[in-house]
Design a protein around this ligand. Structure first.
Ligand code: PRX
Length: 654
């Protein structure tokens, strides 16, 4: 996206002050209080982080706050801990012991509640079983499950042993599982027979079987299978490899598994995310810094109070689920609602009935969902009593002001602050937002930096640009929950994040900062798309397409989409002997669905004789983006190899 485009986007001037009633009870209740904390976090990080992490459990306190050897940060040096003691054990001696940690609702409406004591017990029992299967500190365990409480148990059980979990979103296909298992060299896979999604059965175990049948996945020694659907989803168990969860976890057993105490920088999890090359990268997060980041942001951004019922609608397979369903809320002793299924099952009133039924006070969801609800009309939320809500959050993509206002009015009844939280898989925790009792929000702006975070908008040369000028969004200082490296590829870590702008972490996003210091993020400016809040690398789509025998060349680009933010459009040229048409387009779409996952299927496949290239052979994506969006091409085409190619692409559209 060009600087001009960034600058011209979003000329929004509405401003919403924190409601007085909200601010009165809030943890941070004035702009002055936020400013003072922010200043302290930069001027005296030692005192800031010591105080703000005092509720967490460190077996040995840290001696040094930060060691920064760009691009490598080490936080809280000398500390030892186990993250599960902060999320579970520490609550057992307080009234939180009997408080609900997870309230779960299945797609068909059944519910289960796990108190903190029960979640602790389940975690220790599974940890014990994993240890008996040979899982040790540092081993990788892949988790491929749906939204059931046991997915949190599985993550926590790994952490209990100092094992590194890598959760693979349940929408990924077998080949994507295979690649992640291979890259992380996972020893164990934890899965479930199946889960419900929009009334359909998602066969998770059989997808794992397909992945593990491939030689690249041979690191896996054991598969643990949770029975969730039972007769509705029969599975085949492979002798010697597969074990049932209920056969290895004894419900009457003694939950005494001691926590494995690890160093502050011990790896906690790997989460794969799309980047600008064909291969997803394993974002590595470590223990103490990540915990500090998610603990502090959960507490202040969601203003968590004892009686809150907090609902983050993300899937645990993405970073939002890790940080704001599991580690952040649990480390604060919060009650989280977890919902198994689709927002529109059996109808578009489902979310609102969930809120009414469980008296949800905080809702954290994504703009794509908000826009989809908005499209269905105001009648749906009106059918339910949403008066329990007191705070709304948004994450994952830029929220357009119209959707923000609709959310604020129709869901929040005009009384709930809206926190638009900007962050990434790589950042681990929320880095920008408006702290709800303290700072006014502006629809479409992601607000101000969180504690210890120094964002800036710069030119390619690293010069800060003036107010309301567009540029690259960078982070000038390290923060505790930042990723530490790309698993197994430190060079890629340096190249991807620290080579564009000297001395800074480059986010891949374009942004501007307004005259009040508020940030407005407009989206990715690298080759990553954000389709319905899912991160999709264009190179990944392209390499998948060219792996199909019919495809000679492919280029994937985004086009603006009212609902999904961006839609995925691919241009393909074919090998001789193949004929363009709906049948082949369908086949190619299914090919992407099979290789990556259904969520990555292109919205539109366009056939072309050849793709427009520069004289040096680079595909001219900017032009393709214009064609995809139906815009006139205004850019420089002087280096275009063959102008007629562009003309043909246009006519094929008409
Ligand atoms: O482009 C930004 C967008 O999502 C990207 C990060 O995607 P992912 O790692 O999948 O994490 C999503 C959940 C944290 C960012 O580079 N993004 C995320 N939140 C916002 C956003 N864009 C605008 N406003 C946001 N609040």
């Amino acid at each position: 996206m060009s600087h001009d485009a960034i600058t011209s986007l979003l000329k929004e001037s509405r401003k919403f002050e924190p409601p007085a009633e909200f601010a009165r009870k809030a943890r941070i209740s004035s702009r002055e209080a936020y400013d003072a904390l922010y200043r302290e976090s930069l001027d005296n990080p030692e005192s800031f982080w010591r105080r703000e992490t005092k509720d967490l459990v460190f077996r040995t306190p840290w001696t040094e706050t930060l060691e920064w050897n760009l691009p490598h940060a080490k936080w809280f040096l000398g500390a030892t801990l186990n993250i599960t003691e902060s999320c579970l054990d520490r609550h057992l001696s307080t009234p939180v012991r009997n408080k609900a940690a997870i309230i779960w609702e299945g797609e068909y409406g059944e519910t289960r509640t796990l108190t903190y004591a029960q979640l602790h017990r389940e975690t220790l029992l599974l940890a014990d079983a994993l240890a008996k299967l040979g899982v040790e500190k540092g081993d990788r365990v892949a988790i491929y499950m749906g939204m059931v409480p046991e997915v949190a148990v599985a993550m926590l059980a790994c952490a209990r042993l100092g094992a590194v979990h890598t959760v693979i979103f349940g929408g990924f296909a077998a080949d994507a599982i295979r690649d992640r298992v291979h890259d992380s060299q996972a020893k164990v896979v934890i899965t479930q027979d199946g889960g419900y999604r929009r009334g359909n059965v998602l066969e998770l175990k059989s997808t794992v079987d397909k992945a593990l049948a491939q030689p690249q996945a041979k690191s896996v020694q054991k598969t643990i299978v949770l029975r969730h659907l039972g007769d509705k989803c029969p599975v085949q168990m492979t002798e010697g490899r597969d074990v049932w969860w209920h056969d290895i976890v004894d419900p009457n057993g003694h939950a005494t598994r001691e926590a494995t105490i690890v160093d502050a920088e011990h790896p906690l999890f790997i989460l794969y995310t799309s980047g600008s090359t064909g291969k997803p990268k394993g974002v590595l997060h470590t223990t103490a810094g990540y915990l500090a980041g998610v603990h502090v942001t959960s507490k202040y951004v969601f203003d968590l109070q004892d009686d809150d019922v907090y609902w983050c609608t993300a899937d645990v397979g993405w970073v939002t689920g890790h940080s704001y369903i599991v580690y952040g809320p649990l480390s604060n002793g919060a009650t989280c609602l977890m919902y198994e299924g689709a927002p529109n099952f059996p109808d578009w009133g489902r979310f609102w009935r969930l809120i009414e039924r469980h008296r949800v006070t905080i809702l954290y969801t994504a703009p794509t969902a908000i826009r989809a609800f908005m499209r269905q009309g105001d009648e749906w939320p009106k059918k339910s009593d949403l008066s329990s809500l007191r705070l709304l959050g948004s994450v994952g993509e830029p929220i357009n002001p119209e959707a923000w206002i609709w959310y604020h009015q129709n869901i929040g009844g005009g009384r709930c602050p809206v926190v638009d939280t900007w962050w990434q898989t790589e950042t681990g925790a929320i880095l920008m937002t408006t702290v709800p009792g303290a700072s006014a929000s502006k629809p479409g702006s992601t607000g101000l930096p969180m504690f210890g975070v120094v964002p800036d908008v710069v030119t390619k040369e690293g010069q800060s640009v003036g107010a309301n000028q567009g540029g690259m969004l960078v982070l000038r200082k390290p923060w505790p929950s930042m990723m530490r490296t790309v698993w197994g590829d430190d060079e890629r870590f340096r190249r991807t994040y620290f080579s564009d702008v000297e001395g800074c972490y480059f986010t891949g996003d374009g942004a501007r900062r307004d005259e009040d210091g508020y940030f407005w993020v407009v989206g990715r400016i690298d080759d990553v798309l954000n389709v319905a809040g899912h991160r999709i690398g264009t190179a990944e789509i392209e390499s998948t397409l060219v792996s199909h025998p019919a495809v000679a060349e492919a280029a994937a680009v985004g086009r603006p989409d009212d609902l999904k933010g961006q839609a995925l459009v691919v241009f393909v040229s074919l090998r001789p002997g193949f004929t363009a048409g709906d049948a082949l387009a369908n086949e190619l779409g299914n090919h992407v669905g099979k290789e990556i996952g259904k969520f990555a299927k292109p919205d539109n496949i366009r056939f072309a004789d050849s793709l427009p290239k520069t004289r040096s052979g680079k595909i001219m994506r900017r032009l393709l983006k214009d064609v995809a969006a139906g815009r006139e091409t205004t850019g420089d085409t002087s280096t275009l190899e063959d102008l007629s190619v562009l003309a043909k692409l246009r006519t094929s559209d008409e």
